[in-house]
Design a protein around this ligand. Structure first.
Ligand code: B12
Ligand code: SF4
Ligand code: SF4
Length: 263
């Protein structure tokens, strides 16, 4: 059964896959947990295809098609195949999962949890999205202790707004969160401008030593959809259909254009 699941995911270029018993997962949203689920399959979606010093203020995840779009297309392709080939039922999640996907990935032994709060895959580093497929099939649990990063503190010192605290990320200070806010204070606009941020922030990932040695071989979908330079005319010219394929679209075009304006 496990080989069948792995083969289906490998076919989609998804090679970093872990499995875990539901009882070893941290349930964060019981309400959306499908009845009868016994196990979780966690996987990483590497998305970084180049390392370059971009100047347009867009983070790497914003340059490629939205991972929610990728995962819903992926689940449309693979869930039925998993159901029919194994006789069990599979449910796909990404972001709005009943379990904490970062902790589950670490417990599967795929990588470590960084001080910047991100999951760092042993092969691809932290420039990976996470997805999970829950199933009523029983899987032998091989959960391990969560390993934390080497705690070098580089992300803490590099974070421009002191958002990495002892207790996790302070969302009110994180520039990624601020860039996505519709109504920003003058101070927030000034901070984004000072750090040249239009959408998302990669600073705490870029300085992390784990990412210096990470493999860069993204899921082809992300490489194909990457825009290397984004400016105001580019955003203005995008068709509604194309604009909506990117993560920066979710609050409308005006907020992206405003952000570019005050940077
Ligand atoms: C809300 C959200 C945000 C918010 C808040 C981020 C935050 N860290 O809390 C904002 C807008 C700031 C944000 C920004 C980004 N995000 Co975001 N975000 C989410 C979302 C939807 C929920 C996160 C959440 O609720 N956190 C609540 C806090 C309390 O919990 P947590 O961080 O999930 O879990 C930690 C604690 O539970 C703690 N913990 C608890 N028990 C224990 C036990 C031990 C032993 C240890 C060590 C730790 C520990 O460690 C956990 C892991 O850090 C997740 C998707 C998801 N379902 O996880 C994506 C997600 C975290 N984001 C993602 C990404 C890519 C980003 C950005 C890089 C995008 C960008 N370039 O701007 C930045 C990175 C900022 C950062 N340093 O975290 C990816 C991260 C993938 C990865 N490799 O980890 C995720 C998982 C989406 C996905 N499906 O792939 N994000
Ligand atoms: S920069 Fe250092 S402290 Fe921060 S996540 Fe990476 S290894 Fe951990
Ligand atoms: S994403 Fe940027 S602002 Fe947010 S914690 Fe990381 S370095 Fe700080």
């Amino acid at each position: 059964m496990l080989d069948t699941i792995k083969a289906i995911l490998n076919n989609e270029c998804i090679t970093r896959v872990g499995m875990i018993d539901l009882k070893d997962c941290d349930i964060i949203n019981q309400r959306i947990l499908p009845e009868g689920v016994k196990s979780a399959i966690i996987f990483c979606l590497p998305y970084r295809s180049v390392i370059e010093n971009t100047t347009d203020g867009f983070s790497e995840y914003a340059r490629i098609y939205d991972y929610h779009k990728f995962s819903s297309e992926l689940y449309n392709r693979i869930l039925n195949e998993m159901n029919t080939k194994t006789g069990y039922t599979f449910y796909g999640f990404c972001d709005h999962s009943p379990i904490n996907e970062k902790l589950a990935a670490a417990k599967c032994g795929l990588g470590v949890i960084g001080r910047n709060s991100l999951f760092i895959d042993d092969v691809y580093g932290s420039f990976v999205f996470l997805g999970s497929v829950l199933t009523d099939a029983e899987i032998d649990s091989n959960a391990c202790e969560i390993i934390q990063c080497i705690n070098c503190g580089k992300c803490v010192s590099a974070c421009p707004n002191g958002a990495i605290t002892e207790h996790g990320i302070d969302r009110t200070k994180c520039l990624s969160a601020i860039s996505q806010k519709k109504n920003k204070s003058d101070e927030e606009k000034e901070t984004l401008k000072r750090h040249n941020i239009v959408w998302g922030c990669d600073i705490c990932q870029s300085v992390c030593p784990y990412n210096q040695k990470a493999k860069i071989l993204p899921i082809p979908y992300f490489k194909k959809t990457r825009i290397s330079f984004i400016d105001k005319p580019f955003i203005e010219k995008m068709t509604v259909e194309e604009f909506n394929k990117y993560a920066f679209s979710y609050k409308g075009r005006k907020i992206v254009l405003d952000n570019i304006d005050f940077i």
